[in-house]
Write a protein that binds this ligand. Structure first.
Ligand code: DSN
Length: 419
């Protein structure tokens, strides 16, 4: 019981080291990923994992909470201060359980939820058919306009007035444009719905002042903590006012979850402290500047970007005009050291497991200190790999080998935080 990981389980230790090397040598362009700091990583791997603490600070179902209560209280207070909310719950295990808690707090099974359809950039838990939220509730959906690739708020209002949802979600996983929280709030008020803003992707941008905040507009805010916010894998629920605090808390525990993951809570607290610094504001701004630079480079190289560009950290590309599917493109880019994910695009005629697009994000590369010049280089590499792939297999193999070597050279100059 006292040996180090490498002596107790060299197999897993080696695999972790291999993943460290892979992350070091790769250009991380997955829009939902990031690198946590050494401090966040350190907090995650602590004895806090040994402790059960069902309940909330001051009201637990296990003894021995002298320290855990303090940690959770610090995390909650930091979340409240950073986002300017009255209530925060830092216990949800991740984004999906956080969103489920919103249903539990406000809806009965069978009642109507309105969210952005998954192929348009929404999330599974916003009422998509294969998710429990689409099976156990009555989902209605909005999307984006085919000509603009953007949400049409008139259409959202029309659907809301017709369907009278009790809960409306705004936000999602593949939205390259600013979310109009005031407009969503007005519609929610008009139909008497609770407005939930899922800011999982943009929480770090909101905290850093690089995206408008839903605070004061949405009744409830859910977010993961590990995307642009650069914390550990976890989630939070927040509310502008105290009105919904009790319902949200009850929904998380005992409604859906047991003991919170205290090592994660501590790491969230550390990440929130980091996100409150001026350095993080610079980071958030740079993430957006980098995404714009990458988008410009890709547009100049003839790529078709959904909505024609980006306002945030995320780019969604339709590869149809390039004659390549999203999946083979993502696989070829991965072999070249450029890590992305294949993604459906709005009105995609192809299947979700073999869609037309890829999704890119700049949170990870910005955490490594890369800037506009590196984005231009990355755009050029993406073009070279995709163009070669469209041409022929041997050409693609040659380009992948060359680009991979160049990627390793570039990444060696930009150490990844925490690694
Ligand atoms: N899987 C996350 C993403 O990649 O956006 C959403 O849950």
């Amino acid at each position: 019981m006292s040996g180090s990981l490498s002596s107790v389980d060299p197999q897993i230790a080696d695999l972790i080291r291999a993943e460290e090397r892979r992350q070091t040598d790769t250009v991380k362009l997955i829009a939902s990923e990031n690198y946590v700091s050494k401090a966040v990583l350190e907090a995650t791997g602590t004895v806090l994992t040994n402790k059960y603490s069902e309940g909330y600070p001051g009201k637990r179902y296990y003894e021995g909470q002298q320290v855990i209560d303090q940690i959770e209280t610090v995390a909650v207070e930091r979340a409240k201060a950073l986002f300017g909310v009255n209530h925060a719950n830092v216990q949800p295990y991740s984004g999906s359980p956080a969103n489920l808690a919103i249903y539990m707090a406000f809806l009965q099974p069978g009642e109507t939820v309105m969210g952005m359809g998954l192929p348009f950039g929404g999330h599974l838990t916003h009422g998509w058919s294969v998710s429990a939220t689409g099976k156990w509730f009555n989902p209605v959906r909005y999307g984006v306009r085919q000509d603009t690739g953007r949400v049409d708020m008139d259409e959202v209002r029309e659907i809301a007035l017709r369907e009278r949802p009790k809960l409306i979600f705004c936000g999602g996983t593949a939205i390259p444009r600013t979310i109009d929280f005031p407009a969503f709030a007005e519609i929610a008020r008009e139909v008497g719905a609770v407005l939930a803003a899922d800011i999982a992707h943009i929480a770090g941008l909101v905290a850093g002042g690089a995206h408008p905040s839903p605070v004061g507009h949405a009744d409830v805010i859910s977010t993961t903590t590990h995307k642009t916010l650069r914390g550990p894998r976890g989630a939070m629920l927040m509310a502008t006012s105290d009105e919904h605090a009790a319902a949200l808390n009850k929904a998380v525990f005992p409604g859906l979850q047991g003991g919170p993951h205290n090592h994660t809570t501590a790491a969230i607290a550390v990440a929130l402290k980091e996100a409150a610094t001026d350095g993080f504001k610079d980071y958030a701004r740079q993430v957006v500047m980098n995404a714009r630079a990458l988008a410009e480079e890709l547009l100049a190289r003839g790529f078709d970007l959904v909505s024609g560009g980006t306002d945030n950290h995320l780019i969604l590309m339709d590869l149809t005009p390039k004659g390549v599917g999203g999946k083979p493109a993502a696989q070829a880019l991965d072999k070249a050291g450029l890590e992305t994910n294949y993604n459906t695009v709005p009105f995609d005629p192809r299947k979700p497991f073999d869609p037309s697009g890829i999704r890119l994000g700049t949170a990870g590369v910005t955490s490594r200190g890369m800037g506009v010049a590196e984005m231009r280089q990355i755009g050029a590499w993406i073009d070279q790999v995709v163009t070669a792939l469209a041409k022929d297999e041997d050409e693609a193999k040659r380009v992948i080998v060359r680009v991979h070597a160049e990627v390793r050279e570039l990444t060696s100059h930009f150490p990844a935080p925490g690694l």
